[in-house]
Write a protein that binds this ligand. Structure first.
Ligand code: PLP
Length: 444
């Protein structure tokens, strides 16, 4: 390690509190430094190359250092580096991005509200549900149902939607109006059929609604495919069965498309892959390939019209962020969506999905591996628990072995998630799975 690298490591340990990191361990081990990136690769300061098998955080669809995005950012920066969207202000980039999102939305949507992150988008979606309930004179209809293992973010409200223990422990989140129902994880080989499992998920949802009182439930939120909960691909018929229950009780559906949106599952939105008909959609990540922080909440007329009336009654819609609809972020997102379409990246996902899924399925036949799960270019391989080992130990050890071999993946418990940039090629996928197979061969 040269002096400059050692110095960055020291100042990071001294001053930086990292997300999703054991702070004491970080004090001892220090950071992994990444200094540049290109295509599907990132490089450490010593020039060591890694395949970014997670597209950063499920997000860099067009790959790293895409010159067209750099140009879009620079051009926008030169003319209007910032302006806000409060009190009716707009700019060309944000207006065009709103138009674009409405035009590609997979179900009729009326309006778009911009935020900076997926967490804020989901937080906003819930506030819109509450605002609408009051506007319609249904002030009790404010509870929201989410699912165990869901990931919807980390603001106080979106962390409450999240159904993962690490996002709740020691935070004392104040929202008891958020309820959680079953994770849609069907385990093949269990003594329940897939159909019976789906019926059980729907029956549990309905029982929860009836227990709480349908007049108190405002919305249900779900990711079409759960990402951070371990890449949980829903079983056949799941979304139809769940939506039938919601429709019976007049409950809004929020689709969190923060990971699935813009091609990840092999269609532009997870909605099309699973025939989901949301009233509200949240998007982020692949919206700008994460080159700029931006997210959006799309709402249909059922949601928009009462909100518009209520804001008129009060005189203002009292919500928004300083950087909502930031012009540089919007310009980058617009260009990113243009690239996804022009370079046919969704079609690339469709073309490569069978190979990606087959490679994962092949690895799932290895000793010690429990199952594979995938759709489009998102997948996971889960290890069987080993006697005497705490959950998550094998996952952590294996993802470290992959890192040593030049492949960045994410361990989630004892599952290893993969979500490569959508520009990936067939040969690069083969390299990923050769690396995986070699690590499995040598992993004790
Ligand atoms: N929703 C989903 C499905 C996510 O995967 C994430 C982040 O991984 C979020 C919301 C939160 O997004 P952010 O980290 O931008 O706040």
């Amino acid at each position: 390690m040269n002096d400059q690298i050692a110095r960055i490591s020291d100042i990071d340990v001294a001053h930086h509190l990292h997300s999703y990191t054991d702070a004491r361990r970080h004090e001892n081990e220090g950071p992994l430094q990444i200094s540049r990136a290109e295509g599907i690769y990132v490089f450490d300061p010593e020039g060591r190359r890694y395949i970014e098998g997670m597209a950063g955080l499920w997000s860099v669809a067009v790959g790293f250092s895409e010159a067209r995005l750099l140009r879009a950012a620079a051009e926008q920066m030169a003319v209007l580096p910032y302006y806000h969207t409060f009190t009716g202000r707009t700019n060309a980039a944000v207006a065009k991005l709103a138009e674009k999102l409405i035009s590609i939305a997979p179900v009729p949507m009326s309006k778009v509200l911009f935020t900076n992150s997926g967490s804020e988008a989901n937080d906003t979606a819930i506030k819109l549900v509450w605002y609408r309930a009051n506007a319609l004179g249904m002030p009790k209809k404010k509870k929201v149902i989410s699912r165990l293992k869901a990931y919807h973010g980390v603001t106080a409200l979106s962390a409450s939607l999240t159904g993962l223990p690490n996002n709740h422990l020691s935070f004392d989140l104040p929202f008891d109006c958020i309820l959680h129902t079953l994770t849609p994880h069907y385990r093949a080989g269990s003594n329940e059929t897939e159909e019976a499992f789906v019926q059980r998920c729907a029956a549990e949802l309905e029982a929860l609604i009836l227990r709480e009182g349908p007049e108190t439930i405002g919305a249900f939120i779900g990711e079409p495919v759960m990402g951070a909960g371990g890449v949980i691909v829903p079983p056949t018929g799941y979304w139809k069965a769940m939506q039938d229950v919601l429709a019976r009780h007049d409950i809004l559906l929020i689709a969190d498309e923060v990971i699935c949106g813009f091609g990840r599952t092999g269609s532009m939105f997870g909605r099309e892959t699973y025939d989901i008909r949301p009233d509200i959609m949240t998007v982020s990540k692949q919206l700008s390939s994460s080159y700029q922080p931006i997210a959006a909440v799309l709402v249909n007329d059922r949601v928009y019209q009462p909100i518009a009336d209520e804001s008129h009654r009060i005189g203002v819609f009292g919500h928004g962020y300083t950087a909502s609809g930031h012009p540089v972020a919007a310009a980058v997102a617009l260009e990113n969506l243009r690239i996804i379409e022009a370079d046919r990246l969704v079609e690339n996902v469709q073309a490569l999905a069978p190979l990606f899924g087959a490679c994962l399925d092949e690895l799932a036949t290895r000793p010690g591996v429990f199952e594979s799960r995938s759709v489009g270019l998102i997948g996971a391989l889960e290890f069987e628990p080993r006697d005497g080992q705490a959950q998550g130990v094998i996952g952590t050890q294996f993802s470290r072995a992959l890192l040593e071999s030049g492949l960045i993946c994410r361990s989630i418990g004892d599952a290893i998630a993969l979500c490569p940039p959508m520009i990936i090629t067939e040969d690069q996928i083969k390299v990923i799975f050769d690396t995986f197979a070699q690590c499995l061969d040598t992993f004790g």
